[in-house]
Design a protein around this ligand. Sequence first.
Ligand code: ATP
Length: 447
Amino acid sequence: MEAENNEGERPKTAGDQDRFEAIVNLSKRRGFAFPSADIYGGMRSTYDFGPLGTLMLRNIKEAWWRSIVRERDDVVAIDAAIITNPKVWEASGHLQTFVDPLVDCRNCHERWRADQIEGVCPNCGSSDLTEARPFNLMFKTFVGPVDDESSVAYLRPETAQGMFVNFLNVMTTMRRKPPFGIAQIGRAFRNEITPGNFIFRMREFDLMELEYFVPPADAEKWFAYWCDERMSWYRRYGIPDRLLRFHPHAPEDLSHYSAQTSDIEFLYPWGWGELEGIANRTDYDLTAHSEHSGIRLEYFDQSTGERYTPYVIEPAVGTTRVMMAFLVSAYDEDEIGGERRTVLRLHPSIAPYQVAVLPLSRKEPLEELARDVLRRCNSTFMCEYDDTQSIGRRYRRQDEIGTPYCLTVDFESLNDGEVTIRERDSTEQIRVPIENVVAELRDRIEA
Ligand code: ATP
C-alpha cells in the first residue's frame, strides 16, 4: 500500500507553503480530515473526514441543495446507482475517452500525467520518460460470483449519466418541459494518478451536479446564466472576488462532449486551479443514449407536435474541493488583546458548529441553565457544549474551528436570565435574554 503523501504540484512561495501546511495541520489536529486509515500509514489521495469535516461537508451540500433545488421550482433531484449497467459507460464515451495520458519515469519509476509535468519528472528531475499511454480513470469491478469479462462493471466517475438515462422517467413523472433541471449529489470514483495537494484531488469524492435541459437555441443564454449563478454562490458564502476567476476553455481543450466549458478557478496556495466546471454538453449524451438504447430521449409536445433533443448545461463540483477553497479563504491569523489567534472566518452556514455554549462554571445551578440554553439552540443550530478550561481558551478553540457565535452562561445569567453572545470576527459581546437567543442568532446566521 502506498504511504500517504501529498507531493505533486507544490505551493509557489514560502509564505503560501507555510499557510498551506498550517491549514493541513489544523485540519488534522481539529478533526476535519485525516489521512485514510492513518494507523496503516494512510493511502494516497484518500482521506477520512473527522467529526468537524463531516459537519462542514454536510453544510456545503445543504448550501448547494438550497440554491439549486430548494430555492427553485425548475429543478428536481434524483439518487441514481453508483454501479449501473456498463452499457451506460460505453454509450457515454467514458470507456473509450475518459483517459489521462500517463508517462513513467525510467529513473525513479514514478508515474505522472504527461499534461502536468512538461517533460521532467517532478520527483527526481530526470527527463528519461516513457511515451505517454492512455489510462482509463474508471475503477473496474465485478458483479456477481464470477470474475470474468461478462461480469465487469464500473464505479461511476460522475453522477451525470444517472440523470441522462433517467431523463424520460423524470420528465414524465414530474410533468416537466425544458427548461428544467435534474440535480444529484453522490459519490464519484476516479483512479487519479497524480496525487493531489491534500483534499484537492481525491480518488473518491462527492459530486454535486446539475443537468439543466434547455431548447438547443437557448443553450448559450443558459450557459451564461449558470456561470453567473454559480459564481454568485461562492460570493454568497464569503469567498472574496480576488480568489475567484473564470477560465474559459480553448476549443482544443474541450472534453469530447462539450461545445463550451468554463471553469470557476480558485487561487489555491499553489496557484490558480479548477474549483468547478460548467459545460454546455449539447445533446451529446441524450443522443448517444438514444442510439445505444434504442429509446428516443427527446422532448415531445403532443399538442404542438414540437420535438427536439434538449441541450444540457452542467455545473459540476466536488464537495471536498469546495471545502478546500472555503478553508483556504477563511484561514486567518490575527491579534486579540495582544494575543495571537488562529481564526477560520467561515460563513456561519458553512462552519461546522454555528453555536458553542460555554458555561463559566461546571457547578450547579449554572450547568443546568447552560444545558437549558443548549436544548433551546440545538434544534435549530449545530451546537457544541464546552465546559473545560478558561473561557479565553475556549473562545480561541472555537475561533480556530470557525464557530461564529459563542454563548457564555455566567453567574449573572442566574439573576437576569441573560447570556452573552460573543461574535467570532469582531469578538464583540452583547447580552440577550435567554428566550430571545434563538431568534437573535437566527437573524444573524441567516442574514
Ligand atoms: P481535473 O482537470 O482537475 O482532473 P476534471 O476537469 O477532470 O478535473 P471534471 O470532470 O470537470 O474535472 O469534474 C467536475 C468537478 O469535479 C471539478 O471541477 C472538481 O470540483 C470535481 N473533481 C473532479 N475530480 C476530482 C477529484 N479527483 N477530487 C475531488 N474533486 C474532483
